[in-house]
Design a protein around this ligand. Structure first.
Ligand code: AGP
Length: 603
C-alpha cells in the first residue's frame, strides 16, 4: 500500500513529484505529501488529506525559499493512525533535517518509539513510519553518514519497507527496501526512485529493482549495499511502460476506458499466445516440472481469475484442482507434484507473497501469473507468465481479469497438450474457440451499454444484491458481487444458484435485485422461478431474450466442450458495467473507491 517516489533533477522537483503521485494514487489516496530540499539547504514540506490536486495547489502557493530538484513524495493508504495531515508522509526527524517516505509496515514500531522517546525524541504523528526518521536521526549523529545511518536504522526494523530518506543539509538521498517494492533509475533527466515504474516511465527507459535488504544511495553513481557491505547491483530491466499514454482517451474515468479496452487486449494476447498452445511450447518455455494437480492462489479478482483457470484445467483435462485464498493459504498442505499458480495483477500483494513464502512446496512448483513482470512475485516464483494486460489504473480490476483468464487458459491448454492429456487437434480447436473471445467481449459491451442504464433507476435504492450462477458461472457471480461491493458500497453476495433455497432465499423480498449468470444450465430456470415467486427482481445475464443479452450464446452456436466449459468469460463485462453504472448513479468515485487501494502490500 502507499506509493513513494523520489527524484534528483536539474529542473524543479515539484511538478515531477506531483505528476508521479497522480500516477501512484491508485496505491492509496487517504493523504499525499512531498518534502523538497530548498536551495538554502532546508526542507520544504507540504501535506494534505485531500487528493494530489490539492497538494499541487499548495505547492503553487509556496512562498518560502526556492525549491530545488531534489525531493520525495508519498501517497498514503492508512494502516497505522487515522487519516490526518499530521499522519501524512513525509515524516521528519526532530531537527527537520531528515525526511522519509515509507511504504510497508514497521511491526516493532511501538517498541522502537518507546526507546526513542526515552532518549528524548519527540514524535509528531501516530504512524509507525515516523520511527524511521528518528532512527536515522539517531544513527546520523553517530556516523555522520546518511547511507550508514539508513543501513543501521533498517537493521533495527522488523516488518516491510520501501523507504527513501532525504537529508536537507547535504541533499543526499538513500533508498532502502525489504518486502516492499522499490525501483531506482538513472536517465539524462536525473535520478529517480518509485514504487512502480509507471510513475517515472516518462523519464526513464530502464530501471533496477531493489531486493530485500538493499540500501542504495541515489547519487550520480548508485552505491548498492546490503547489511553494510557493498553488493552487486541488479541488472537493468527495460520499462514496458515507455510510450504508454496515461490519458482517458475520451472516457470519463479509467474504469470505462479499461472496460472498453478488453476486446483489443484479448485479441492481442490471443494472437501472441495462440501459436504456442497446441505444440505445447508455451508450457515448455516455462521450464516447470510435470504435475498431477493444480492449485491456484490469489486475492480478490485475481483469485476469481485463478478459479476460472482451475476450472479449465478440470473441464478440459480432468486435472484435479483447488483454489486457495492467499491470506488463508499459509497452512495449506500441498499434495505432491502440484502446479501452484499464484495470480496477482500487481505481483506485490502481501497476502500472496506471504502465502508463497510459507507454503511447503516439496515436489510442487510455483508459477506466477502477473501483469507486472518485474514484481516481487515474478522474482520469487519458479517461473513467470506475464498476462500483458498493459497498465490498469482503475482500482477495480477489469481488463486484467480478462487477460489473466485468457493467458491462464492458454497456458493450461498448452500444458495439457504438452503432457498428452489432450491431443493436438483438440488443443487446436480450443485455440480457435479462444479466438472468438474478442468478438464475444465486444458484443457483451454493446449489449450491456444498451440494457443496463434503464435498469439502474429501478435497482439503485436496493440495500442488498444477490448474484447467482451454476457450474462455470458461479465464479463470475462471485466477481460480479465483488465488483458491485467495491464500487457501490452496497451489500452484495454470490451463491451457487442451487444453494439459494438452503438459506439465502430468506433475503429475497419484493424488488430484491438478483443477478443471474445464465450460462446454459437448464436447472437455473427453477432457481429463477424460486426468486420470482418471492417478488425478487431477476436480472438475467444470458443470450437473446435475457434482461442483459450479453452472452455469446446469442451470436451463434457455441462450440460444444469449448469455452462454454470454463466460461462464459464475456459475462464479466455486464457485471463490470452494472457495478460501474450503479456506483456512478450513487455518486461514487469509480476509479478510487473508498478505503481501497489497487496494490495491497500489507497483510
Ligand atoms: C479487484 O477489483 C480488487 N481491487 C482486488 O480484489 C484485487 O483484485 C486484489 O487486491 C488482488 O490484487 P492483485 O491482483 O494485485 O494481487
Amino acid at each position: 500500500m502507499c506509493g513513494i517516489v523520489a527524484c534528483r533533477m536539474d529542473e524543479a522537483a515539484g511538478p515531477f513529484l506531483i505528476d508521479a503521485l497522480k500516477l501512484l494514487e491508485y496505491r492509496g489516496y487517504d493523504s499525499a505529501g512531498v518534502a523538497i530540499r530548498t536551495v538554502d539547504g532546508t526542507m520544504a514540506s507540504s501535506r494534505t488529506t485531500n487528493r494530489v490536486e490539492t497538494l499541487e495547489r499548495q505547492l503553487d502557493d509556496w512562498s518560502g525559499p526556492a525549491l530545488s530538484g531534489t525531493g520525495i513524495g508519498h501517497t498514503r493508504w492508512a494502516t497505522h493512525g487515522a487519516v490526518t495531515e499530521t499522519n501524512a508522509h513525509p515524516h521528519a526527524d526532530c531537527r527537520q533535517r531528515v525526511s522519509i517516505v515509507h511504504n510497508g509496515i514497521i511491526e516493532n514500531a511501538d517498541a522502537l518509539r518507546r526507546q526513542l522517546e526515552q532518549t528524548g525524541h519527540v514524535f509528531a504523528s501516530e504512524v509507525d513510519s515516523e520511527v524511521v526518521s528518528h532512527l536515522i536521526e539517531e544513527e546520523l549523529l553517530i556516523t555522520g553518514d546518511l547511507h550508514s545511518a539508513v543501513t543501521a536504522a533498517t537493521l533495527r526494523l522488523h516488518g516491510s519497507w520501501a523507504i527513501v530518506a532525504l537529508d536537507a543539509e547535504t541533499g543526499r538521498m538513500v533508498a532502502a527496501a525489504h518486502r516492499s517494492p522499490l525501483l531506482v533509475a538513472h536517465s539524462a533527466k536525473g535520478v529517480f526512485a518509485a514504487s512502480d515504474i509507471n510513475a517515472i516511465a516518462e523519464f526513464v527507459d530502464e530501471f533496477q529493482a531493489m531486493s530485500d535488504g538493499d540500501v542504495v544511495e541515489l547519487a550520480e553513481e548508485f552505491v548498492w549495499t546490503r547489511s553494510g557491505a557493498h553488493s552487486a547491483a541488479p541488472a537493468y530491466a527495460a520499462s514496458n511502460w515507455s510510450g504508454v499514454t496515461h490519458g482517458l482517451a475520451g472516457h470519463s474515468d479509467y474504469m470505462s476506458k479499461e472496460i472498453a479496452e478488453q476486446p483489443e487486449t484479448a485479441a492481442r494476447i490471443i494472437d501472441r499466445l495462440a501459436p504456442m498452445i497446441a505444440d505445447g511450447s508455451l508450457w515448455a518455455g516455462l521450464n516447470l516440472p510435470p504435475f498431477e494437480r493444480v492449485a491456484v492462489l490469489g486475492c480478490g479478482t485475481s483469485l476469481n481469475a485463478g478459479r476460472v483457470i482451475a476450472n479449465a484445467f478440470g473441464a478440459l483435462g480432468d486435472v484435479p484442482n483447488s483454489s486457495l485464498i492467499a491470506s488463508e493459504a499459509s497452512s495449506a498442505i500441498m499434495d505432491p507434484r502440484t502446479l501452484v499458480i499464484a495470480l496477482s495483477q500487481s505481483g506485490e500483494t502481501a497476502d500472496v507473497l506471504r502465502a508463497i513464502d510459507d507454503l511447503d512446496l516439496g515436489t510442487s512448483s510455483l508459477m506466477a501469473l502477473t501483469n507486472s513482470e518485474h514484481s516481487t512475485l515474478a522474482r520469487r516464483a519458479d517461473s513467470m507468465l506475464n498476462c500483458n494486460a498493459g497498465p490498469e489504473i482503475g482500482v477495480a480490476a477489469t481488463k486484467t481479469f480478462v487477460a489473466q483468464v485468457i493467458t491462464g487458459v492458454a497456458m493450461a491448454l498448452s500444458a495439457l497438450a504438452a503432457t498428452r492429456r489432450i491431443d493436438r487437434d483438440y488443443a487446436r480447436r480450443q485455440t480457435d474457440d479462444l479466438r472468438r473471445i474478442p468478438d464475444l467481449l465486444a458484443h457483451a459491451i454493446a449489449a450491456s451499454q444498451k440494457a443496463i442504464p434503464p435498469l439502474i433507476e429501478e435497482i439503485r435504492d436496493a440495500q442488498g444484491y444477490l448474484f447467482l450462477g451454476r457450474g462455470a458461472g458461479v465464479v463470475y457471480a462471485a466477481e460480479g458481487a465483488l465488483k458491485l461491493k467495491e464500487l457501490s458500497y452496497r451489500w452484495a453476495e454470490h451463491y451457487p444458484a442451487g444453494e439459494l433455497k438452503h438459506g439465502p432465499l430468506a433475503l429475497v423480498e419484493a424488488g430484491t435485485p438478483v443477478v443471474v449468470i445464465d450460462s446454459g444450465d437448464r436447472r437455473i430456470e427453477s432457481n429463477i422461478a424460486e426468486v420470482e415467486a418471492r417478488g425478487g427482481r431477476v436480472i438475467r445475464i444470458g443470450g437473446a431474450g435475457s434482461t442483459i443479452p450479453a452472452l455469446g450464446l446469442s451470436l451463434g452456436t457455441p462450440m460444444p466442450g469449448g469455452i462454454d466449459r470454463w466460461g462464459p468469460l464475456e459475462s464479466v463485462v455486464p457485471l463490470q458495467i452494472l457495478a460501474r453504472d450503479l456506483a456512478l448513479a450513487l455518486g461514487r468515485d469509480v476509479d478510487k473507491p473508498r478505503n481501497l487501494a489497487k496494490s495491497v502490500t500489507v497483510e
